[in-house]
Design a binder for this molecule. Structure first.
Ligand SMILES: [Zn+2]
Length: 137
């Protein structure tokens, strides 16, 4: 199990009731096995600040064993599932927030915990690093 930056894995990490429909657009998670799972605003609202897990207890323990203080302090919600392809457990850690524009609320996915080789994540992480180097040089 490892903690990944959500932005290195998902094309969409921000959801707001101002900018997103209930079920569209979606964040796409693609597992190393090739299977994709899609999540929308409604999924994140449903699990917001909930303690409910879709995983078996031993998988929850494995995930909670690898998360660090950053994950604990920067997020207040999670959503987890088994990849429909290879049955590996995956958990998104996200922040449920309210404020900004009047009556606005939403979710920011910050970390993804999984145990698959995600080549897209590795490529995206390189892109993020390169972008940061050029921004600060
Ligand atoms: Zn899979």
């Amino acid at each position: 199990m490892k903690v990944n930056l959500a932005e290195s894995i998902l094309d969409k990490v921000d959801f707001s009731n101002y900018d997103d429909w209930e079920i569209y657009p979606e964040a796409q998670y693609t597992c190393g096995c090739g299977e994709s799972v899609f999540f929308n605003f409604r999924h994140f609202r449903k699990h917001s600040r909930s303690e409910f897990s879709n995983l078996r207890h031993e998988d929850v323990l494995e995930i909670e064993n690898v998360i660090n203080d950053m994950v604990r302090t920067e997020t207040n919600s999670f959503l987890d599932f088994y990849c429909p392809g290879c049955k590996r457990p995956v958990r998104f850690y996200y922040l449920s927030w309210a404020g900004g524009r009047h009556g606005e609320y939403g979710y920011r996915i910050k970390y993804v915990v999984d145990n698959t080789k995600n080549w897209k994540a590795i490529l995206n992480l390189l892109k993020i690093i390169i972008r940061k180097i050029f921004r600060f040089s």
